[in-house]
Design a protein around this ligand. Structure first.
Ligand code: KPL
Length: 301
């Protein structure tokens, strides 16, 4: 399959590297990473140990492929959709944190857009080198009905590349469960400056569990059946599988970059407000991250 991976950050580089073992992959990202991949290939270390030579470019316009896998930060989704719309794809798949990314992509793209979640741990160690810090899984499926064959084909492409993949027909619930995982893990690890495994015991554990429980309650307000215990168990499962990982939000804080708090904890706060529900833990996490961004990041919004 011809696959474009749009967003060569940590997760995009890991997924792109794994896919490149079986498929013709083009990574779209930024220099100096793209320049290093073009010159010497992409090394995938940590839980894997191999090197591949995918195509790599900083210019995502006018590309064509069977599948576009979108791995950019949630706040860059609209721009990604507009750039991908200048090319031609049979299908697109969002593998991003936060909610509503598929809808944003579908506004720009003519092809079917699949929803997806990924719980692999990944850290870009240096240009041209990504480390897999935890084997998780990819879950993907149609956003609504009607694209099951497209989802099956994408699932097969991921599966043959050795990526643990489930094709699901209940993506709204899966996306809320992943939101609960990110609401629990990302802001907590970023603020406490700890790796994901620190949430398995110790003082930050309750913060993560409470943020996940609040998210599950808001999911139920939205008509999605996600139990409190399911959400907390999902946080624990992912924290265990990615114990050695620096969460993507902690990586952002370490690099003084804008975080995805708006698409994660702040999204939970906004949906809760609509249902007259208070979510104090998500609100506190949001406010602390926002305060840090306002004092550190040049243009947080
Ligand atoms: O999605 C992640 C992230 O860091 O953004 C997890 C799965 C929590 C891995 O750290």
């Amino acid at each position: 399959m011809d696959i474009v991976v749009f967003g060569a950050g940590s997760l995009g580089s890991l997924v792109g590297g794994l896919l490149a073992r079986e498929h013709a992959v083009t990574l779209v990202g930024r220099d100096p990473h793209v320049a290093a991949v073009r010159e010497s290939g992409l090394r995938v270390g940590g839980r894997f140990d191999f090197a591949v030579r995918p195509d790599a470019t900083t210019d995502g316009t006018g590309l064509a492929a069977d599948l576009a896998v979108v791995t950019v930060k949630a706040f860059d989704t609209e721009a990604a959709g507009e750039t991908l719309a200048t090319g031609a794809f049979d299908a697109a798949l969002s593998l991003q944190n936060g909610m509503g990314n598929e809808e944003v992509l579908a506004d720009s793209l003519d092809c079917p857009v699949l929803a997806g979640t990924a719980t692999y741990g990944a850290v870009l160690r240096e240009p041209g080198e990504v480390e897999c810090t935890g084997r998780g899984e990819v879950v993907l499926g149609p956003r609504g009905g009607g694209t099951a064959d497209v989802a099956d084909a994408a699932g097969r492409a991921f599966g043959t590349a050795g990526i643990e993949t489930t094709v699901a027909d209940d993506m709204p619930r899966r996306l809320w469960e992943k939101l609960a995982v990110n609401a629990g893990i990302n802001a907590t690890t970023a603020l406490a400056r700890v790796e994901n495994g620190a949430l398995l015991d110790g003082p930050a554990r309750d913060v993560a569990a409470d943020a996940a429980r609040e998210t599950a309650r808001v999911a139920r307000d939205q008509g999605v059946e996600l139990g409190d215990d399911e959400a907390v168990n999902a946080v624990e499962r992912v924290a265990e599988a990615t114990a050695a990982n620096t969460s993507s939000m902690y990586q952002d804080v370490l690099a003084d970059r804008r975080t995805e708090v708006e698409a994660i904890n702040e999204y939970v706060v906004a949906r809760a407000r609509e249902a007259d529900r208070t979510v104090p833990v998500n609100r506190t996490l949001t406010n602390l991250l926002r305060a840090w961004e306002n004092g550190t990041v040049e243009h947080p919004q």
